[in-house]
Design a protein. Structure first.
Length: 185
């Protein structure tokens, strides 16, 4: 299934999402007012209504490569939380890798360190089991000011006892940060 969360979506996006949902019963659109941050409460609500076994996120400024879902699905057969890595597409066309291997303690420490607000696992790189999400103490919730919303969530996963993690060893996501492209056509 495809669950589209419209966190303050434009009229054009809303119209497109509704048309997609009308054409295919596997697609559902959740039209929500713009949240204070990044739609965390809407994500939590939608996941309570989800019917799949695995959850993968796709932000509006990213693109999954063809094998992304297959790659994370294979990892999630054995773990609760999986991430691939992203290649950020710079405005000049260059590629910058966002690497994070949760098998390496340094990445786990970096994500758990409250003094650091750097996230090495962008939203579109992460997938998890829906049944594991139900074991989290809170699920998605609004992050404190100055803390990236996805980092706030990943810290919850990393702090929950018994969760199992794995990282893909290839890039399966392209990121096109909108902050770099505000004036682009």
């Amino acid at each position: 299934e495809i669950l589209i969360v419209g966190d303050g979506a434009s009229d054009e996006t809303r119209e497109t999402a509704r048309a997609l949902a009308a054409a295919d019963p596997r697609i559902r659109f959740f039209d929500r007012e713009k949240s204070p941050r990044r739609g965390e409460a809407a994500r939590h609500e939608v996941l309570r209504d989800a019917r799949g076994r695995f959850v993968s996120y796709l932000a509006d400024d990213d693109l999954w490569l063809p094998r992304h879902l297959e790659t994370v699905r294979e990892l999630l057969r054995e773990v609760d939380f999986a991430n691939a890595f992203m290649l950020r597409v710079d405005v000049d066309g260059g590629l910058t890798p966002f690497l994070c291997d949760l098998a390496l303690p340094i990445y786990v420490r970096r994500h758990r360190d409250e003094r650091r607000q750097k996230n090495y696992m962008p939203l579109s790189c992460v997938s998890h089991r829906l049944d594991a999400y139900a074991r989290l103490p809170h699920g998605w919730r609004t992050a404190p000011a100055g803390v990236p919303t996805d980092l706030h969530m990943w810290r919850q996963w990393l702090a929950t006892p018994g969760m199992r993690f794995a990282s893909a060893q290839q890039a399966t996501v392209l990121g096109f940060p909108d902050g770099d492209r505000r004036d682009a056509t």
